[in-house]
Structures are given as structure tokens and as C-alpha cells.
Write a protein that binds this ligand. Structure first.
Ligand SMILES: [Zn+2]
Length: 264
């Protein structure tokens, strides 16, 4: 599943290639009938909040959430664009660029009030804050009033937005903290460390387009098997202590961690 860094990259792509232009928005698959509500209008803004992309047109917004299977395909053309391939939910067309949206969980036209409502439901996004410490208090406050395990809180988009399964596992490993510790029992210092680490790693994710979490590899493009400390490494020796990396389900999602390094 795409995590926040992917959505922020998409927002920047729209910023660069589509904002300021009149776009034709169509529904090749026939399932995005609202396309006609904004088609032909100028795209004014492109912003990511957590895992949501909001495209602001003159009369409203398009909200996109990729979910597990959604993806974007971008291309450019000289004379005429290529026909859509497969089940394209929405096509965005400028004079020279195409963006095709395939398989999203959500793609809908919303008004300004609904845009504000969606934003208000989302927790602080480590990629939106500059300087990043201003939203830290909100994140800490949400964790401290909850008995829910920190591993589950990090996946709760109303607590912190943009984190998915990879960053969740890796941030907790890097912090040396058990995913099972209740939020209220994690110290402010540890929560701050997790927050700033998320800011650092997700910024790298935006610039490189892949998730990297091992300090020795942050500047390179390692193979997938070398990218992570614990994510999808169940049964393999921990890179730090040699213990077997564990796998369990937490709130129906796979959780990876090292009992040796993350017992506290
Ligand atoms: Zn370990």
C-alpha cells in the first residue's frame, strides 16, 4: 500500500505538470460520473494530506485515496494522447500531459466544506510541517490519552497521517520500542524521537521515491531485501542483535518487530 511519501510525490507531480492549466477530466471506465462537475476547469491547487490527495478546481475538489491497489500513470504526448489502458477510473488531460488513475479506493468530487472536514479528521502529517515541531504536541497528546498499543496508533490516520505498515515497523525498530506498549506509557521523549525520525525518513521517501530506513543505505538505491530492518523479514536474524524477527497480526495488519531490540 502506498504510504504518505508516495502521495506527496504525486501532489508535486500535479503541481509541476498540471496546476495552472485547464484540465479535461474524464471517466474512461464509467465509474467516475462526477468528472463532468470539474472537467474543463483550471486546476488551482494540488496538495497531499497524509494518504489523501486533493486537487483543487475552480468549483470544487477531487479527493483521491489510492487504498491498497490504486496507482497513478503519468505520461506526456506531442499530438494526441494514447488511449487509456485497462480499467482507468479517472483521466486528467492537459495540453501535453496525461494522468491516469487506476484502482483507487476513493475518487470523488467534494466541496470546500467537505475538504475542510476531511482535513480536520486527519492527524498531523510529518511531511506537511515546517518547522516540524509545531504539530508534535498534537501527536504526543493523542498518543498519551490512549491505551491502544503504539504500533496501532502509528497506523491510525487521525493520530499521525501518512504512516503505513513499512514506516510503522521501521520507526519502532529504530526507536527500540515495543509495538505493544500502550500509547499512554510511551514517554514524550520517545514519541518526539519517533516523530522527528518519521519527518526525516519520509522526506527521503519523497525525494527518492522508495522507502529507506537503514542509515547505511539512506543515500543509495539498495535492493528491496536490503532496505529494511524488520519489515517482511520475519524468521530472519535481526540485523542488530541476531534474534529472529517476529511477525504477528495487530488490528488485522501484519506487524514486524524484533523482540530482542524492542522489548522495552
Ligand atoms: Zn534485534
Amino acid at each position: 500500500m502506498p504510504e504518505g511519501h508516495t502521495v506527496h510525490r504525486t501532489a508535486r507531480k500535479f503541481q509541476k505538470d498540471f496546476v495552472g492549466q485547464q484540465l479535461f477530466v474524464t471517466s474512461p471506465q464509467g465509474r467516475f460520473v462526477d468528472a463532468t462537475l470539474v472537467s474543463g476547469q483550471k486546476l488551482m491547487t494540488s496538495e497531499a494530506f497524509g494518504k489523501h490527495l486533493f486537487l483543487g478546481f475552480e468549483s470544487g475538489f477531487i479527493r483521491v485515496h489510492l487504498g491498497i491497489y490504486g496507482k497513478w500513470r503519468f505520461s506526456q504526448f506531442e499530438d494526441t494522447p494514447k488511449e487509456p489502458v485497462g480499467q482507468v477510473r479517472a483521466r486528467f488531460l492537459s495540453s501535453d500531459s496525461v494522468a491516469d488513475l487506476v484502482g483507487p479506493t476513493a475518487c470523488e468530487v467534494i466541496d470546500a466544506a467537505s475538504f475542510e472536514m476531511h482535513k480536520s479528521r486527519l492527524g498531523p502529517d510529518p511531511l506537511r510541517i515546517d518547522p516540524a515541531d509545531q504539530e508534535l504536541e498534537r501527536f504526543i497528546a493523542r498518543c498519551k490519552k490512549s491505551k491502544t498499543p503504539i504500533g496501532q496508533l502509528l497506523m491510525d490516520q487521525s493520530v499521525i497521517s501518512g504512516i503505513g505498515n513499512v514506516y510503522r515497523a521501521e520507526l519502532l525498530f529504530r526507536a527500540g520500542r515495543s509495538p505493544y506498549r500502550p500509547g499512554m506509557e510511551v514517554s514524550d521523549k520517545d514519541l518526539a524521537a519517533i516523530w522527528f525520525d518519521a519527518v526525516k525518513l519520509m522526506k527521503i521517501g519523497v525525494s527518492k521515491g522508495i522507502m529507506l530506513t537503514r542509515d547505511d543505505y539512506l543515500k543509495s538505491m539498495p535492493a528491496v531485501k536490503d532496505r529494511y530492518f524488520v519489515y517482511k523479514r520475519e524468521g530472519l536474524p535481526c540485523r542488530n542483535c541476531g534474534n529472529e524477527v517476529s511477525l504477528a497480526l495487530m488490528n488485522a495488519r501484519k506487524l514486524y518487530w524484533c523482540n530482542g531490540c524492542q522489548s522495552a
